[in-house]
Design a protein around this ligand. Structure first.
Ligand code: PLP
Length: 396
């Protein structure tokens, strides 16, 4: 089966790093500027009435209005489509803008969606409180058993929404059986690839229909912008996402798009460093007596490590673990003792971050759930400084 195959190693194919620098850029059309201009314009004028009349035709050469499309954003979209090995991309004002638009475009009253249990929690809220108001029903499934996704499908299922690794317990989902069934039954698969980025994982090559990103994370990489992405290959899906995106209006701002183009230039370098430090800290934690469990798909002891090795070509710097002492006081003590890691939400930037949460508030009820889960994002500080910081914070 084509979609069961391992994706080509994105780090090598088409030389990813070179594409990040040059793909989609037409410098001589912009006065030769090495960096593209920011088209900070809400509207674009037409040369004549004939061009105006042709404005809605497919591939019409003229930009019209930035909520629909913008030349700076178009550079980012071309680059991301190529990096994910898709044929089209639409950028959004945030990851949630991308997620809500894509799901909203596919679901309507009396339809059903199957969703991985530990998905980003606002995605869960959107489905269970917002789309539920319009008659959409959702079934949540733990990511460790691919057949459970297949079993959860109904006649009215229109979409399967996945994240792999998941937010929280970092479940890696075995995609082959899920995409095979979804293809047979005409169900659209969506995949949040924010954690791995196209540098480490290309879900379209594994048979997924739509790849989503919070570009706020690794694509931006500097904790200074918010953005979202949807990439695909199917023309009908492109039209649906574009129409829904333009209507709902969560379109990317050109300055944010420009910052994201800049972020992409260093994505390969940054991802290598996030991976290196993340693995070093995960190994330290795995051997530490104060730690009960480490949720990092790169550890050989990790439940779905074999699937991780099949689908991923590397690992992001975000992962979770639990302390043996499951009291809130122990968790807070660990957080307060950290000196280089700051306490803060989000991830994917240059700076290392820690957050902790009561898992029962984050995920759907599940017996295999610890109470307190601590999440680390390993940033771009020196690996040794971060390893030492975690080590000293664990000391009594
Ligand atoms: N997906 C994942 C996995 C996330 O962690 C986040 C945000 O933290 C989002 C999507 C939402 O992205 P944004 O904050 O850009 O709306």
């Amino acid at each position: 089966m084509e979609h069961a195959a391992r994706s080509s190693d994105p780090r090598q194919s088409g030389d990813f790093a070179t594409l990040c620098q040059h793909y989609g850029e037409h410098r001589l059309a912009h006065g030769g500027g090495a960096a593209p201009p920011i088209y900070q314009s809400s509207l674009f004028v037409f040369p004549d009435a004939e061009a105006w009349a042709a404005r809605d035709r497919p591939n019409a050469p003229h930009f019209m209005y930035t909520r629909r499309a913008n030349p700076t954003t178009a550079i980012l979209e071309a680059k991301l489509a190529r990096l994910e090995n898709g044929t089209w991309c639409r950028c959004f004002a945030s990851g949630m803008g991308a997620i809500t638009t894509a799901l909203g475009a596919l679901l309507s009253a009396d339809t059903h969606v199957v969703v991985v249990n530990d998905c980003y929690s606002p995605t869960r809220t959107y489905l269970t409180t917002y789309l539920a108001r319009f008659g959409v029903t959702t079934t949540f499934v733990r990511g460790t058993d691919p057949l459970a996704f297949v079993d959860a499908l109904r006649d009215e299922t229109r979409a399967i929404y996945l994240e792999s690794p998941t937010t929280g317990r970092m479940d890696v989902i075995d995609l082959a059986p899920i995409v095979a069934t979804a293809r047979q039954r005409g169900i659209v698969t969506l995949f949040d690839n924010s954690w791995a980025t196209p540098y480490f994982q290309r879900p379209l090559e594994l048979g997924i229909d739509l790849v989503l990103h919070s570009a706020t994370k690794y694509i931006g990489g500097h904790s200074d912008t918010v953005g979202g992405v949807v990439v695909g290959r199917d023309e009908m899906l492109r039209q649906k996402i574009n129409a829904e995106g333009e209507l709902l209006g969560a379109s990317a701002d050109p300055f944010a798009a420009w910052l994201l183009i800049r972020g992409l230039r260093t994505l390969p370098l940054r991802m290598e460093q996030h991976q290196k430090t993340g693995l070093a800290i995960a190994r330290l934690l795995a051997e530490h007596p104060a730690v009960s469990r480490v949720y990092h798909p790169g550890l050989p002891t990790y439940a779905n490590h074999a699937i991780a090795r099949k689908q991923l070509h590397g690992y992001g710097g975000l992962f979770a673990f639990t302390l043996r002492d499951q009291s809130q006081a122990a968790v807070h003590r660990f957080m307060d003792r950290l000196r280089v890691f700051s306490i803060g939400v989000s991830w994917g930037g240059f700076e290392s971050l820690v957050v902790a949460g009561d898992a029962s508030e984050l995920f759907a009820p599940d017996p295999d759930q610890p109470q307190w889960i601590i999440r680390l994002h390993c940033g771009l500080e020196a690996t040794e400084d971060l390893v030492n910081d975690v080590r000293q914070a664990l000391e009594e």
